[in-house]
Design a protein around this ligand. Structure first.
Ligand code: ZN
Ligand code: ZN
Length: 422
């Protein structure tokens, strides 16, 4: 093929896969509804400054991965690389602080990041996510975690385990970061080049490093969990209690930190044993400083995101139900084609799925196509032996036939399909 292809790192969802995707999102939407979360849709692109402020100029996302462009009006715009900043922007812009708090929102949309494509990682990838904005209560942290666990259970995502940590807050984290920095300076020779830079700029990010020697150094590093202030310790204690009471078994993971100031307290991640080395299937945390960071009033918030491609890899099996079986209308004479066309349209008006030949097939070819289409019944129009206004209804599964007045056809087919469905 020499023409254009789908861009690197993107994919098409062909009808079977799109039906499966719809079923996954519909199942997730049912669970969001159980928890009282309502869907929000934000633009595919935002002002670039939103992500510079709301994701962080020092992050890989902002430095290397954003699709940023200047539009014809000389505005700098960026395709949404993540979901939280846009939702917080909408919360502020529409004065949602006047609503009962927290405001509980969910989204399903594509995210765009210029990353190296690999299994389950795309430059355009789809996420579902939830944000609960406006309450600092530990119950909200627990609720969003349980919400994601509930979605995984509904979808049949297998081998799921939960890791949690607390990152403290502006009361206790600065002193901890200094302690960590001091420790890392003492073992600087053992760190990789990237981590040596991180010691000065943002020592928390050394926890992300995959280099063995760095991991060994971090294993013995001071841990935030031992340096939380009493308020943060109590918050974390309550979150853990609620999760355990609800039947989850969270394990503490000191490496689960995020190197940005507006992330506070709870962080969490779900892994699936079906996913191999890159086992994360969804995660998030609290971001009490974010709304203020993007120009709103001080507002607590907590949420998560989960990639649909990762979810699909971790699911037990597909969800999509078989297509609703309907009717294929076949014209048995050239002159009968307009009548067949009208017949299909009558069935659709009555809410019944109906297709007909659109490729000039012979009667035999049309019956073959009826079988391929998955139709339950064929309607034969224009047979010589039938009188005016009469068609033949053929049961493609059972093999029986009966002649029906065209005017009665929608009622007869509806009754048959109803019987089949029970
Ligand atoms: Zn390193
Ligand atoms: Zn604290």
């Amino acid at each position: 093929m020499t023409g254009p292809r789908a861009p690197r790192g993107t994919y098409d969802l062909l009808p079977d896969d799109a039906a499966e995707r719809d079923a996954v999102v519909a199942a997730a939407a049912r669970v969001f509804g159980l928890y009282g979360y309502r869907r929000i849709v934000t633009p595919e692109f935002e002002e670039t400054s939103l992500f510079e402020r709301g994701v962080g100029e020092a992050t890989d996302i902002v430095r290397k991965e954003m699709y940023t462009f200047t539009d014809r009006g000389e505005r700098s715009l960026t395709l949404r690389p993540e979901g939280t900043a846009p939702v917080c922007r909408a919360y502020v812009e529409h004065g949602m602080h006047k609503l009962p708090q927290p405001v509980k929102l969910w989204y399903y949309c594509p995210m765009f990041r210029y990353e190296k494509p690999q299994a389950g990682r795309y430059r355009e990838h789809y996420q579902i996510g939830a944000e609960a904005i406006g309450s600092a209560e530990p119950a909200v942290d627990a609720e969003v975690v349980l919400l994601l666990a509930g979605i995984f259970a509904e979808l049949g995502v297998e081998g799921v385990t939960l890791k949690v940590n607390s990152m403290g807050d502006p009361q206790c984290r600065p002193a901890y970061v200094e302690k960590l920095r001091g420790y890392l300076r003492g073992r600087e020779d053992e760190l990789c080049g990237d981590c040596r830079e991180r010691v000065d700029v943002n020592p928390l990010r050394t926890f992300d490093c995959k280099v063995e020697t760095c991991r060994a150094v971090l294993e013995a590093a001071p841990r935030i969990g031992d340096h939380l202030c009493p308020d943060c310790r109590e918050h974390f204690h309550q979150v853990l209690g609620l999760l355990r009471d609800a039947g989850l078994d969270p394990s503490l993971d000191f490496r689960l930190v995020r190197g940005l100031d507006y992330y506070t307290r709870t962080t969490f991640e779900f892994d699936s044993s079906r996913l191999g080395a890159q086992s994360g299937v969804g995660g998030g945390g609290r971001y009490d400083g974010l709304v203020e960071q993007i120009g709103g009033p001080p507002t607590p918030g907590v949420g998560w995101g989960s990639g649909l491609e990762r979810i699909a890899l971790a699911m037990r099996g597909p969800l999509a139900p078989p297509r609703t079986a309907g009717v294929f209308v076949a014209a048995f004479a050239h002159e009968a084609r307009p009548a067949a066309f009208a017949c299909a349209q009558e069935l659709r008006r009555a809410g019944l799925p109906a297709e007909l030949d659109l490729a000039g097939r012979s009667p035999k070819g049309q019956l073959k196509q009826a079988g391929r289409s998955g139709a339950r019944y064929a309607v034969l129009v224009g047979l010589d032996e039938l009188g005016d206004g009469v068609v033949r209804l053929k049961d493609l599964a059972g093999g029986g036939e009966e002649d029906v007045a065209a005017a009665d056809l929608p009622g007869v087919v509806a009754a048959r399909l109803e019987v089949d469905a029970t």
